[in-house]
Ligand binder design. Structure first.
Ligand SMILES: Cc1cc2nc3c(=O)[nH]c(=O)nc-3n(C[C@H](O)[C@H](O)[C@H](O)COP(=O)(O)OP(=O)(O)OC[C@H]3O[C@@H](n4cnc5c(N)ncnc54)[C@H](O)[C@@H]3O)c2cc1C
Length: 406
């Protein structure tokens, strides 16, 4: 592992930092995790989306959006390491994040890898500039961890496909322009082989979006009902019935995205503990030390894969455990933060963003522990692909989808 930037990386970091200092808002002591828990949530959300679009356009106009994307589609043609360096520097500023995760982070790389030239021309630039927001229509009431068991049907009708079914947990569907959609196009073959990957205009007739109110009080995701929705055949990504390969590209990018969360989490927790006089309490000190160790372990894990990228090697097993480690950190942070506040941890005062943000972290910890593959599923992946343990029992292997019990 190498802790130091190479001279080229240091120069890139300095360039990124200088640009951010000129264009981004500094991160102040009053910068707390936003969102949730207030009646004005939808207004706050609309404001956040607007700010995020403005910031994304600024990034794109100055060549900092899509650092790893090809230049011909508006990217910078850089390396994954350069992207990581930029994100590390950006995290030190108050830059709005999250709105473009499904688009730039997941749909974009999938279109680049599997899309037609026409799809790349049409979709990539508006996505990168934040002009079009995307959502991910994968999960269904009966298909989450077992995503390939999805039942939404798409039937070909001339130059179009007609789609019927239901999706659920669709983050941001209520303000998205486009969605990546998985639907079953051949039920006569084993489940992974009959799925097609579509690009769906979210304003198509037949789409009904119903928000789901969460434990946090917000409605970040939705149920999406699809009734006779027509999608032009030119919006199929990859091969008809070959959507699983594209899905893998999307899901790998999703995991990496979630594992890459962070910021100065320990510093924020420490200052919160100081505010409540907790740093003299031996139990709180022990909890702080435990969080500190976890943050440090994750930092070194990140540096390991950063070193691999820097030396032109693909990241090894450490990136597979990063998502699981990050979700465990969020669980611990939420629990410790609210415990530090004692009875105040149950309050949601409108005039105290810091207290609200820790309450939000407690309730929101399940996002990362479930989304992008649950903790249990991550453990299965690590067990099978990293440790080489025997695989999960798969009774549906090789059985045509329409012969599986539903
Ligand atoms: C904040 C958030 C945002 C999301 N956004 C989106 C989105 O935008 N688009 C989208 O399509 N989906 C989204 N999801 C859905 C997410 O991908 C699914 O919730 C997730 O894959 C789990 O599926 P499930 O909810 O159906 O749970 P299930 O798969 O039914 O799992 C239930 C329980 O069983 C366990 N389990 C299941 N299979 C196994 C196994 N083989 N071995 C051991 N344990 C197992 C799970 O770990 C879990 O504890 C989001 C979820 C969250 C939390």
């Amino acid at each position: 592992m190498n802790f130091d930037d190479t001279p080229e990386e240091a120069a890139y970091r300095a360039e990124a930092r200088a640009w951010l200092e000129q264009h981004a808002r500094p991160r102040g002591e009053d910068t707390h995790q936003r969102g949730g828990l207030s009646d004005a949530y939808s207004e706050e959300e609309a404001h956040h989306v607007k700010e995020a679009k403005e910031w994304q356009a600024t990034l794109a106009d100055h060549g900092w959006a899509g650092i790893t994307w090809p230049e011909e589609y508006g990217g910078r043609g850089g390396t994954s390491l350069q992207q990581r360096v930029f994100l590390q520097e950006q995290a030190k500023f108050d830059a709005p994040a999250g709105v473009f995760a499904q688009g730039i982070g997941m749909a974009g790389p999938t279109i680049i890898a599997h899309g037609t030239e026409q799809q790349k021309e049409r979709f990539l630039r508006p996505m990168l500039r934040g002009d079009e927001v995307w959502c991910q229509l994968f999960s269904e009431p009966g298909a989450g961890s077992d995503l390939a068991g999805l039942q939404t049907r798409a039937i070909r009708d001339g130059d179009e496909f007609v789609v019927n079914g239901q999706k659920v947990w669709t983050s941001s569907a209520h303000y998205s322009d486009w969605g990546i959609l998985l639907a079953r196009t051949d039920p006569d073959v084993p489940k992974h082989r009959g799925i097609t990957y579509f690009l769906l205009d979210m304003r198509s007739p037949g789409i009904e979006i119903r928000p789901i109110k969460q434990i946090t009080g917000t409605a970040h995701f939705n149920e999406v009902f699809l009734t006779d929705v027509r999608i032009p055949a030119e919006n199929v990504v990859g091969e008809v019935n070959g959507g699983w390969a594209c899905t893998m590209t999307t899901l790998t990018n999703e995991r990496t995205l979630i594992a890459g969360g962070g910021g100065d989490t320990f510093g924020e927790l420490l200052s919160f503990a100081r505010r409540f006089g907790g740093t003299d309490d031996p139990v709180v000190r022990q909890a702080l030390a435990s969080v500190y160790m976890r943050v440090e372990v994750l930092k070194y894990l990140g540096w390991r894969s950063q070193t691999a990228l820097s030396q032109g090697r693909p990241p090894g097993p450490e990136s597979s455990v990063a998502k699981l480690g990050y979700s465990a950190l969020l669980e611990q942070l939420g629990d410790v933060g609210v415990a530090i506040a004692g009875p105040y941890g149950t309050l949601l005062p409108d005039n105290d963003d810091e207290l609200r943000s820790w309450n939000q972290r407690l309730l929101n910890q399940w996002s990362a522990r479930i989304g992008g593959g649950t903790d249990q599923v991550q453990r299965n992946i690590i067990g099978e692909r990293v440790l080489g343990l025997p695989g999960d029992v798969r009774v549906d292997k090789g059985v045509p989808f329409n012969q599986l019990p539903k």
